[in-house]
Design a protein around this ligand. Structure first.
Ligand SMILES: NC(=O)c1ccc[n+]([C@@H]2O[C@H](COP(=O)([O-])OP(=O)(O)OC[C@H]3O[C@@H](n4cnc5c(N)ncnc54)[C@H](O)[C@@H]3O)[C@@H](O)[C@H]2O)c1
Ligand SMILES: [Zn+2]
Ligand SMILES: [Zn+2]
Length: 398
């Protein structure tokens, strides 16, 4: 089959690789029809090379048609249309019983002290072959895949794999008070959908970014925007909009490659030039994060407010402004999304009326073969790219 594979910094290719097969009785094989590229994939594309091997298959936002199931899989059957959550959870361990699916103890990566395995996401998360491929082996398919109805296009459902539950959790964790405000740093797919979910719940939403199309998209949906090209400091601009206090809640949806932090950039570049064996401990111990968005988020939240972090950070010793966090009495929540915890609440919103606007959310739908160009365009934020779906069945010329 064809699959999108990692070959080095900013080097992904479409290779011919062996078809996956059922290996455990709880596996399923899914023929992928749509599979999105995520901001998290960009961390692999640019930064996390030391944790990934040449030829690893990328992707963790797939949906498709079940082709085959193992003998212990009863919830889905060949022919079913399913979305596959990005985290792999067993559904019945200590953590899964508490609905902390991203910490599943059956698929936890204890040797590297990390949580549940993820599709297509490095040695830290199980090095499980990912979903940017024609076929995907889905472990624990007796629990994970979400069955969706025939009829609407893939766009309607594909974001159940990551973007929607992550955004839902971001808003949930933000604990926006009744009639209160939320500031969202980063208007990529996660920030955009977090804004829509927060609005759907009646919050006042202020969005921050620097990319014109992303700001425009948010503004068209009724988000008040702060354009980083126009203000000196976003936290000051947001205080000016909130009677000097700051937003009740803040969602950080940028992550470790934030724009505007020169020191972190230097460390990232240095790590990128070291051999893997040296770069790995440097990233894990010394930290490579560019923390500017996180610092701004801490500055922006009002005293006694809540900070919800969905951006991914990789380092350990970057100093946090602990004094500010403590003095302001802020509550912080973060972590990988517990996808299946939220999907039953989200599905009823994926209706004809499409209140979250998923149907026209993708800016690009491309054949799988065009993955190398798609990664480039998405990373550089060219051509208005906000969300890109790769579609293995799609004709390369069409
Ligand atoms: N917690 C989870 O389970 C989970 C799931 C999916 C994605 N993520 C993470 O969420 C983050 C966002 O994902 P995405 O797909 O929306 O990515 P993205 O890269 O498309 O979006 C990030 C946005 O942040 C903007 N930005 C950069 N620097 C900024 C700054 N200093 N202030 C404000 N905005 C800034 C960029 O212009 C961009 O629009 C990534 O770190 C991703 O890894 C986490
Ligand atoms: Zn993702
Ligand atoms: Zn589990």
């Amino acid at each position: 089959m064809k699959a999108v594979t990692w070959h080095g910094k900013r080097d992904v290719r479409v290779d011919d690789v062996p078809d996956p097969r059922i290996e455990e009785a709880t596996d399923a094989i899914v023929r992928v029809t749509s599979t999105a590229i995520c901001g998290s994939d960009l961390h692999l594309y640019e930064l996390l090379g030391p944790f990934i091997d040449e030829g690893d298959i990328l992707g963790h936002e797939p949906m498709g048609i079940v082709e085959e199931v193992g003998s212990e899989v009863s919830g889905i059957a060949p022919g079913d249309r399913v979305v596959v959550p990005f985290n792999i959870s067993c559904g019945h361990c200590y953590m899964c019983d508490r609905r902390l699916y991203a910490q599943c103890e059956t698929t936890q990566n204890r040797d590297v002290h990390k949580g549940a395995s993820l599709f297509g996401y490095t040695k830290l998360y199980g090095e499980v072959p990912g979903g940017q491929a024609e076929l995907l082996r889905v472990p624990h398919a007796d629990f994970g895949p979400i069955k969706v109805p025939e009829g609407p296009p893939d766009d309607r459902f594909v974001y159940l794999s990551d973007v929607l539950p992550t955004s839902w959790q971001a808003v949930e964790y933000a604990a926006i008070p009744e009639g209160g405000s939320v500031a969202i740093y980063g208007l990529g797919p996660i920030g955009q959908m977090s804004a829509r979910v927060a609005q759907h719940r009646g919050a006042r939403v202020i969005g921050v970014d620097l990319v014109p199309e992303r700001l425009q998209l948010a503004r068209r949906r009724g988000v008040e925007i702060v354009d980083l090209n126009e203000v000196d400091r976003a936290p000051d601009a947001i205080r000016a909009l909130t009677e000097g206090r700051g937003a009740d809640s803040v969602i950080e949806a940028v992550g470790m490659e934030a724009h505007g932090a020169p020191l972190g950039k230097l460390a990232q570049t240095a790590a990128g030039m070291l051999p893997d064996a040296l770069a790995r401990p440097m990233i894990e111990k010394a930290g490579i994060d560019r923390m500017s968005a996180l610092f701004d988020a801490i500055d922006t939240v009002r005293r006694g407010g809540t900070l919800s972090i969905s951006g991914v950070y990789g380092g350990q010793v970057d100093p946090l402004p602990m004094m500010d966090l403590f003095d302001k009495g802020i509550q912080i929540r973060m972590g990988q999304a517990h996808v299946r915890r939220w999907t039953d609440e989200i599905v009823p919103l994926l209706t004809e009326e499409d209140p979250l606007g998923v149907d026209d959310f993708a800016t690009h739908r491309l054949p799988l073969e065009e993955a190398p160009r798609a990664y480039q365009v998405f990373q550089r934020k060219q051509d208005g790219a906000i969300k890109i779906l790769l579609q293995p069945g799609r004709n390369a010329s069409g």
